[in-house]
Write a protein that binds this ligand. Structure first.
Ligand SMILES: Cc1cc2nc3c(=O)[nH]c(=O)nc-3n(C[C@H](O)[C@H](O)[C@H](O)COP(=O)(O)O)c2cc1C
Length: 191
């Protein structure tokens, strides 16, 4: 049984649209009694897709460009077909899990889909933590909440996260970081 050891895990959820196209979005998921819980806000494509097609994949990836990309218009990540469900998983996934949705609570604004694991496939090993990857995830969360946060808080947090980027980023993290910084600046926030 796949077990998540922390409270919330930041993953990429890939759902299927009615036209057969895969849609990937970052989501924080939890595990409850061996099942995975996904909580997309309404309105969102992830919500619509899961409501209409009750299958998806959970993708565990260290390519943080996928997280930053979904908030900055870089979304065309390659996917591959699943074995046990009618769905697709991210080519960049270190591990992907195929889920069958078994319960759905249509709350507002947040909904709750509970998925049963039907396949769990590891493609590549986990090579350890990288501080710049964590910094990109944090900056992505900040970027998704720009309209709700005071400008000074965004500037202060980005200032701190920049230390990890400067010390530890590789090409993928630098690219993801630059997309997020462009978006923050485009919102009128000086960095
Ligand atoms: C690390 C991270 C975690 C996120 N977790 C959630 C989540 O649990 N639920 C949610 O609705 N949006 C979450 N978001 C924001 C969505 O990924 C973003 O709004 C996305 O575009 C979803 O909309 P879509 O399904 O229409 O693409 C998260 C974003 C990041 C960067």
């Amino acid at each position: 049984m796949a077990q998540l050891n922390s409270k919330i895990h930041e993953v990429i959820v890939t759902t299927m649209a009615d036209n057969g196209e895969a849609h990937s979005a970052p989501m924080g998921i939890t595990e409850v009694n061996g099942h995975f819980v996904i909580q997309p806000f309404k309105p969102s494509s992830t919500y619509e897709n899961l409501k209409n097609h009750r299958q998806c994949t959970i993708n565990f990836t260290d390519d943080v460009r996928v997280f930053a990309g979904s908030l900055t218009g870089h979304r065309d990540w390659p996917t591959l077909p699943c074995d046990k469900i009618k769905g697709r998983y991210l080519e960049q996934a270190l591990t992907h899990i195929e889920l069958e949705i078994i319960d759905f609570v249509d709350g507002d604004p947040r909904t709750k889909f509970t998925g049963k694991i039907v396949n769990d496939v590891t493609h590549a090993p986990f090579r350890g933590f990288n501080r710049a990857q964590s910094a990109v995830i944090e900056a992505a969360v900040l970027t998704s909440r720009l309209s709700m946060l005071p400008v000074e808080k965004v500037q202060q947090e980005i200032g701190y996260l920049t230390i990890a980027i400067e010390k530890t980023a590789g090409d993928r993290e630098l690219e993801a970081w630059s997309w997020l910084m462009d978006k923050i600046k485009a919102a009128g926030i000086e960095l």
